[in-house]
Design a protein around this ligand. Sequence first.
Ligand code: NG1
Ligand code: MG
Length: 518
Amino acid sequence: MSSDLSTEFPPSVASLVDVYPTDLLEFQTARYAQLRAAFEKRFGSAPDFYARSPGRVNLIGEHIDYAGYSVLPMAIDRDVVIAVKVVPTEGNSNAKVVLANTDARFPERSFEHEPEGHVSIDGKVHEWSNYFKCGYKGVFEQLASQNTSKNTPVSFYAMVDGTVPAGAGVSSSSAFVCCSALATLHANGGKLNKGALTNAAIQGERYAGVQCGGMDQSISIMAPVGSPLIIHFTPTLSAERIVFPESKSTPVFVIANTLVVADKHVTAPIHYNLRVVETRLAAAILYKYMNGPKRADDAKLLTLRDLQDTYLASKGNPAGFPGNEQTVLKAMSALVEAGLTETPYTREQAAEALKITVEELERRYIGSINIRADTFSLYLRAKHVYEESLRVYQFRDVCAKKAPYSGDLLNDLGSLMNDSQISCRAQFDCSCKEIDELTSIARKAGAFGSRLTGAGWGGCTVSLVAEENVAAFITKVKEDYYFKHWPQWKGDKDAEARMEDYIFASKPSIGAAVITNT
Ligand code: NG1
Ligand code: MG
């Protein structure tokens, strides 16, 4: 079953019951009422509508979206909600947005719509309203590219309320960007299909200064209720539902935060952005190694996924994707072993392998991306990408088996997740000692598989647990990780209440929606 990206978005407006599961309705109804009251208090009247978009947990497929490979995330029931009221624009002024937040840590901001560029964003400054502006700018750019931006932008008041823990690897940033894109679109009476809105959010979020792939925005906007998606980026954005076959135990995914705050926007130059550059350099050197046809100077940079097409062409175009993923990805791994050296490359060595100067290498492969590095671990990064991609298809194939599942479903999925963690740690170097500790505690507490989720270097882990063991599992992990590191929390009511945000099971939630009826 595929998720139809051509659906016009927002297709229709929803009410709370269309968006939240029954067991969360009471909580959500009270939450929306509070948001409405806060909005009225600040702006003097009630909002016209609410936009909402969820966070996500990535089940498998880490750091491969920006290399062009498919990923397998699930939307969670924590989300960002923005209450919006459209207001008249004063006189001949530009349209203006006033942006408030129910969380006092984020002070009120306002900005004007600029005739050129829609809004300016300084990606080097760490500022909460940037994420709102990212969604805003992404939508106007997308509307302009579709030539539907005839209507003048409107002024509006917006108030944000988020329940996605920040800096934790469950993508509070993308939930926010997607939500602001949808709020902006709806306030301005614009129409985009789901695919276009997703692209608006992906391109928009890059203005915050991170060369992100598209996984988080895709799942936040496109998630169908009740299931994860496998999301493909090549040849174009598309998605298929993942349905777990019936087996003796139902799989539940438990998210647990290491409480190491991984702030990607601060550490991007030595972590995330550096990995983006490393995977691109690996692709370029392997292309040279394969004697790929000369490419125009202004051609789009090759990804490791693009390289696969060159590889297949060099073999006389045998069957590729879809259908032959295992064979092709194993061959790509073998190509890495043959074409890259295991020791990290200096800039000089990488330039030499590409037969260009260091200046040319920096211009072409680094450009304006902010990185700090003396060497590039190309072999290990590329190995991870091809092996991790293979695991995504293996995970999908396990789920596609006919029910009742004849093997041990949880064990089969869990061991793929464990292998993913090993590769993230040893080859992609995006784990950290707290993630290693927490995932190993989780396995001892009965998880079939446990791994980091999201960018890593801290943040959250995801563990696969049998439904009947979830409560016992959470108790055990609290004992062995949280109370071990923070013994003072034990018996402290407030601390124990906060822990509900640190470790929790989440059902697959539905993607972005506009709500008018609370
Ligand atoms: P986080 O940092 O967890 O939001 C990031 C990227 C994803 C993907 C994962 C690693 C953004 C918005 N998201 O997630 O696209 O590359 O890391 O798999 O940058
Ligand atoms: Mg993020």
